[in-house]
Design a protein around this ligand. Sequence first.
Ligand SMILES: [Zn+2]
Length: 266
Amino acid sequence: MIIKKLKDKLLEKRYRVILVMAFLLLMGVAAIISRKSEMELRSLPFSPGGFKEIALTFDDGPVPSATPKILEVLNKEGVKATFFVVGKMVEKYPWLLERIWKEGHDVGNHTYSHPDLTKLSKKDILEELDKTRILIKKITGKDTYLFRPPGGRYDNKVIVTTTLTGYKMILWTDYPGDYGCPSSKVIYQRTVSKAEDEGIILLHNGLDATLDALPKIISELKKGKYRFVTISELMEEIREKESVYFEKFEREQKASPSPLEMAVTD
Ligand SMILES: [Zn+2]
């Protein structure tokens, strides 16, 4: 009896080890696939004509003292950008959001009252986002699930809560720290030096130095063969690129089954 129990235990343990090993193997394969996809995605032809793509984003508006001036610069330069708006400000200045939208810019959600989302309950996180989403839809007629967490603060709870309800968190690749109020020269230099293909630049509404730097940033990036896209356009192109890659990957898999698949069919 004792021997049988011991044997059962050993078997159980062995199965557990096999299960763990199978899991690790699968994780390893998934990691290789995702690394491969990342590499191939980067090397796919993305921008015909040798252009690189970059998205300008403006947080914390709309505000009457800055947003119209930003819009004037963007209009003059023929550049479309994305505004991550705060619900409270939209309630105060709905005509500014209307103007942003009418002039062809993209709009994202920057919560209702700009709180630190990591300090809120799941229910409050969603309330902050839903309230602003509904306000945006009322004015633009478009439902957007793009959001940026205030201060870029997020944790697992924020990611899981927002992802499960369809929201897409958009961060940035290039932040010159304009909120810390360096000079326009510093903002310009930092922004341009960190620019990259498929990059996302984070700037803020309401800062004179940002406004001063903006025309110079745009003209330097244009010289560097950057094309300005909105976040929705960037997301759409990345999605297309992903589907092209995965279709190709699937075709290759069908043509030559991987050793893992052959082992399964044997
Ligand atoms: Zn903010």
